[in-house]
Design a protein. Sequence first.
Length: 517
Amino acid sequence: MFSSIRHKLLFYMTINIVIFAAVMYFGYDRFAKGYYLEKKKGVLVENSNRIKDIIKDRDISTIIYDNDIIYQINRLEINMGGVIVIGKLDGTIYYPSVQDSNQPPRRENKENPFFTIDKNSIVSIKPVEEKQDPMNQVRPPNDLNLWETYDDESFFIKLQDPNFKIRTLRFQTNLGNGLTLLLWVPMDEIFETVKMTNTFTVIISLITIFITGIWSFFISKTFTSPITEMNVIAKKMSEFDFSETLKITGKDEITQLSESINHLSQKLNTTMSELNTKNQQLEQDIDRERKLDQMRKEFVANVSHELKTPIFLIQGYAEGLKTNIARDEEKRNFYCDVIMEESDKMDTLVRDLLELSEMESGMFSIKRVDFDIVVLITDIIDKLETVLKERAINLEMHIPKHLIVNADPVRIEQIMINFLNNAINHIDNNKKIRITIKQDNKKVKVLVYNTGKGISNDSSDKIWTSFYKVDKARTREYGGTGLGLSIVKAIQEAHQNEYGVCNIEEGVEFWFNIDLG
């Protein structure tokens, strides 16, 4: 009957609610009455202490005519929800008091409300008749149910009120000055509260059992769905599909099993991923080795090519001098000039190669200082002034008077010289070069423009590569090594700043950024 988890859950939760409701019902029935009675006793004692404070050190004859005292006692009586009586054991009542000050305190014609203790028992006092000793007129209280001593002068009584025919809880204590205080509250209110509470508990329990049954029926899916999910995941794992995991929370055996399955799936997935990653890495390493080998071959070929021509020229003209082909002084000087020029080219190439190698190996470091970029550029232009005049180049300067930047001034000068030499060597017949400095937030952008042929999109990224030459014939003509822009790239990357080139109207513009000082 209870083979499925859903039915078991429904049965056990319903039984738990029934047991809980029964415990609550019998708990209220067994202990609530005593609890409420103790609370009421505390209220009676607390109010008796307040009355003692109100009439403390007051004359008995003035108490019943003092409106302030009567008002305070009335408030306590209303808040308590019971009755307060102040009088003497002979039946004389001072409160509730008469309103006419000319009338003396009255005696109850009915049964005396006060009690007295006689030999460890309580007896009630008969109504006082004239010429009778009230202390001798006692009778056993047949309607007394239970009494309990509070202290030497106070006690509690539970009994049936003869006038109102209700059960009451009374507290009698001695006020001093011959006065006795009696407070009582109805007990039927307590019993009615307990009865209503028990009825309410039964109703709530039945509703809870009904709701729990419905809820248990649906919530059982929470317990059965993990097993179904495990089955689906296990089938996917058998097909090497580890894309999904079990999302089960808790601390029971099902959760532990799901965690074990997830762990197994993760391990298998990790192992498979590592194998795939290592396989891809191996392929990348092989491809990288091929590219490095190709780059080494190209580098050796480029260096060999760059060195081949000057070495050939040096060797040829040196042999010419040796064999005395140049017989006159002018030819010998020409041969020597060629040898020295080609030696300078080789020296420049070797120094550029060493510097580029140092930069790319990580041994290169920059020394940042604050300096005026305008002064630096002006000094460079002064150095190139002769070349600019010889080639009739028109130089425009759009720069401020002063601008402090933070960088390595030696390396920045190297970038500017490379850009300006590049502009001079690739300028067209319009012969115009423009240097511009722009400031943007915390960066300074330096732009070098020259009129001439634009750079193709295919070459715009390659020009920063070592030995790449857009126009090899022209590069050879002015003795370029193809390493200048590679050095610019390395310097800017060391500064962690950007650089680039773009084609604009009738020319090309190279640029680089510097940090503001």
